[in-house]
Write a new protein. Sequence first.
Length: 608
Amino acid sequence: MSTAVEPRPSLARRIGAVLLTFVLYAVLVLWMTWPLAAHLGTRMPHTNLLCRIDPLYMAWILAHESKALLGGPDAFVDTNIFFPARNTLFYGDTGFGALPYFFPVFAATGNPTLALNVVLLGCIVLTATALHRVVVRWTGSELAGFLGGWAYLTARWVLWEFLPTAPSYSVLQYLPIVVLLASVPAARWSSALLLLPFAVVQCLTDVVYVAAATMVPLGILAAWRLARKETRTAGWRLAVVLASAVVVLSPVYAGHLAVRADNPKLMYQTPWFWRLSIEPTVLPWGLLAPQAATGVALAALLLIVVGGVLFFRFREKERSDEPLRAAWLHGFFWAGIGLLMSIAPIVSILGTNLRLPQYWIGEWLPIYELVRVPARLGLAAIVGLALLTGIAFAECSRRLSRAVGSRFAPIGLAIVVAGSMYAQYAWGFGATAAMGWKPLPDEYPTREPIAARQPFLPILREPGGPLLEVPASLANLMATEQHARAMYRSVFHGRRLVNGYNSYWPNGFRQRMALARRLPDADALAALRKETGLSLILVHVDEVGRDEIAECEKAHAAGKQPKSCVDEPWLAKRKAWLALAEGSGSEVLHLVARDGNELLFALDAPSS
């Protein structure tokens, strides 16, 4: 690779290169997720069970924020869930970073499924494009750029394991730019301040995991530069930029802090209570598993090792290339910091659990009350590893071209490496059984978020008090899904909900769900109406008791409960709701609409 300074291409050529790169990755992503592209407005990814819950939540929260921007009647921070709780926007992910991509599609179509699929697929394409262009900026090689973007796409964490379950996290396209801008100590304030907007918008993707994965490496980098005399001025500039980013983000953090202040035991008010005890990271295979952000293809890791040895072992003998040295160092820095952050405070090695230093840090600072899944912090690592894959390919291909005397040798090397990466991605080739890679299905799995037919929407859109969808409880993952579906349906009718799902729930919600689980018991109904002003109840009769039945079956399998619990009490509840639909048994509930075993009841206004 020549070290001579070449004139930079014109702006038009650079824009054209970016657009062509975007088109390339758009085609690849649509192919890798087919047939989702044929059903963007009606189906969502269904690559694992969590796809039944969190995408519905994210579609709901982004739709709420979009309606607020369009001048909707609801207050911005007081969403329509968990009624009568207030400030409910900040009980979980706000997804502000995804809003610029969700909003125009939703505003134009009113279709949250379409808008969320655009966010997921579009931002994955943009992230691969950003990785590609940053590698090209460092190496001058389009093939190297492609291998960087391809390393990202063939990590199953991207299209199969995590991002489909949390589409807002796909907004990672700013992080490669942050790495690029931070790789050179800023000689002027204008250069330093250029980093600020990219850092802020990246942190807005998620103010816990993504913000930490962005700000912690930048903070360590600022401290390192401050410690060295020759870079101290640049270190101060970077520190000022980080402080400014915190100031800009402070209103968002203030909302979350207000929620914590109102809920002293917030960490226990969560549907994910089983994550209060963080699972140990299994080393080394846990870092290479498809569920891990660090689980890129082994061919990419081998390429990084070979390219790194070639560059750092023989660099001084052949040339001095500071830009590439900085690229290597910053790739390793972000990959290494991201990997360390993703490891749980306790690791398991050959079946033995060991406590790491962050365990005692967590005892001193309650960081793991917020970071319940440290593996998500590995998103900094996947960006670093993808960049290193491209840089390593440029180094290996340069030496291969010189060794064989052919300029086509890099193309052959790229085909071999890219093919190996895809073989592991699609079929698990090359991965050991301990790593957990299995062949993927022939088609990308999808499902409808809710039933296409919603016969009660005209009634639900009428002005009135809050709605409760039954069944409603906090029993298990199935119950959580039922809340998420109720929230998604509310995008189309806008009525306030007693139901709700988020990272945490507000004070009183558990008690309200205990009452809802007892329905149609008259005393429970009276207590629930007194507390919430409940106006309508939508009953999905065929789903009543499903979570209780699942609990009974689980207990029976463990030998803890007789099989009779599976079919007796819950069938009685279904019969009670159907009896109410026939007009018997309640002076308060009146059926206003029915669609098969879907029942909509209205409550009489309480007497004055």
